[in-house]
Design a protein around this ligand. Structure first.
Ligand code: SF4
Length: 434
């Protein structure tokens, strides 16, 4: 093998087949892409053992990508139902799936995903450790934490969220500052609890070089988890979050020194007026590494509608530097999402991602809007459905309300401005009272 990771290849001047694929999809020059990968500004998560993968690049000069969290839990452990959600997510345009399974036969599900699913596959190995070792958290050893990472890497996982930044210093700061909503990251809370129960340093921080060796061997992209992401508007941008971000910045450079690709996780809950500054701080501290945001949710008061609170924040975050949006469903804070919740969450995220791409001038983004507005002007309903971000819903809505004049819709009927102006410009008569 001439190279270890995509980053290693890029730095050696090698154009991989994954880079070629990404450059074509993004409509950018492959040499420009290679340079971005070499400098860590774009990650191409592509585990050597994920043979079904269609590769995508993640970076703020590329189209904004979205991730969908799925997986079994103690209350929902039907693998077939989860697999159906995975395939729906891919069909709706999700570029990435995170398997957050925390109950049942997690190994079989993970292997099925990397064998069959073309999306980028991510995991949080520490969730799985508790299931796999089947013993109390405090009895899991440092070696066992590392082994579960290796196991996921061998299974073909393209990126892993690992909470390396919550070390003893960050944990101390968290305890001193009395956050309103403490630690809301599931993985972060587990590592914090493990450190408190054992009195030991975070093994992923202490043995970071070993972790990097595993990532380099399989080309796993390291998603540096934000254990201290704000879980409420009140905690946004507080000392714990920023202190952890500074540690993530240091860890980013250590990863790049070993040719390991990195993405950085971010907030969380954050008021609109703080999002731009937070994205810029991250880009500065983490030297432009791709930023993966979990929302951010711009208000805490809309359970049942958090796909909307997250899409508002996600669009602003992606406009100002984030490149990867984790979808949020209407079920957030309430329950495990159903298939319909998954659909709604994906569509909301896709809207946020595309809105940011339009604002950033990403190649090809505005063409989509141009074509849609052209179809709208021409009252070409089939084309509008084809171009819709959710064709099924657009078609269903139109079919549920039949207009008197076939080429209009029931909103304005004979007063349809599109139809009447088209007729006037063709020199035809218009009688809206006929
Ligand atoms: S009827 Fe009104 S809303 Fe419907 S297509 Fe015509 S202008 Fe648009």
């Amino acid at each position: 093998m001439l190279y270890t990771t995509q980053m290693d290849a890029a730095r050696r001047g090698i154009i991989t087949k994954q880079m070629e694929h990404v450059a074509t999809y993004e409509q950018i020059d492959v040499e420009i892409l290679r340079d971005l990968v070499a400098r860590g500004q774009v990650a191409i998560p592509a585990n050597k053992n994920h043979h079904a993968l269609t590769p995508y690049g993640i970076g703020n000069k590329l189209k904004t990508k979205i991730n969908v969290n799925l997986g079994t839990s103690r209350d929902c452990l039907d693998l077939n139902v989860e697999m159906e959600k995975v395939m729906t997510a891919v069909h709706l345009g999700a570029e990435s799936i995170m398997d957050l399974s925390s109950y049942g036969d997690t190994t079989t599900f993970r292997k099925k995903l990397t064998a069959e699913c073309p999306a980028i596959i991510g995991t949080v190995p520490i969730y799985d450790a508790v299931v796999y070792y089947n013993k109390p958290l405090k009895n899991i050893t440092s070696d066992e934490w590392m082994n579960i990472v290796r196991m996921h890497a061998e299974d073909g996982v393209d990126f892993m969220t690992i909470h390396c930044g919550i070390n003893r210093a960050t944990a101390h700061s968290f305890k001193q500052t009395h956050r309103h909503t403490n630690i809301v990251s599931r993985g972060g809370s587990m590592i914090f609890a493990w450190m408190e129960l054992t009195g030991c340093e975070n093994p992923f921080y202490e043995r970071y070089d070993e972790l990097l060796e595993i990532c380099a061997e399989y080309d796993v992209t390291l998603s540096l988890g934000d254990a201290c992401r704000p879980g409420s508007i009140h905690d946004a941008g507080d000392i714990s979050q920023i202190k952890e971000l500074v540690t993530l910045g240091e860890l980013t450079e250590r990863a790049w020194a070993k040719n390991v690709q990195v993405i950085i996780e971010g907030p969380g809950h954050m008021p609109l007026n703080q999002i731009q500054a937070n994205m810029e701080i991250q880009q500065t501290i983490c030297k432009g590494a791709p930023f993966y945001v979990l929302g951010p949710l711009v208000t805490d008061v809309a359970p049942g509608y958090d796909h909307i609170t997250a899409a508002i924040g996600g669009a602003i975050a992606a406009t100002h530097g984030a490149s990867f949006l984790c979808y949020v469903t209407p079920a957030e804070h309430l329950r495990l999402p159903t298939l319909e919740d998954v659909r709604e969450g994906i569509i909301a995220s896709k809207i946020a991602a595309h809105a940011a791409d339009v604002a950033k001038g990403i190649p090809g983004a505005t063409n989509w809007d141009y074509e849609m507005s052209e179809a709208r002007r021409n009252l070409d309903w089939e084309k509008q459905f084809d171009l819709a971000i959710d064709p099924e819903k657009a078609r269903r809505y139109r079919e549920e309300s039949t207009p008197e004049k076939e080429d209009t819709c029931t909103m304005c009927g004979k007063m349809c401005a599109m139809r009447n102006i088209n007729k006037i410009l063709r020199g035809e008569d218009v009688d809206i009272m006929e």
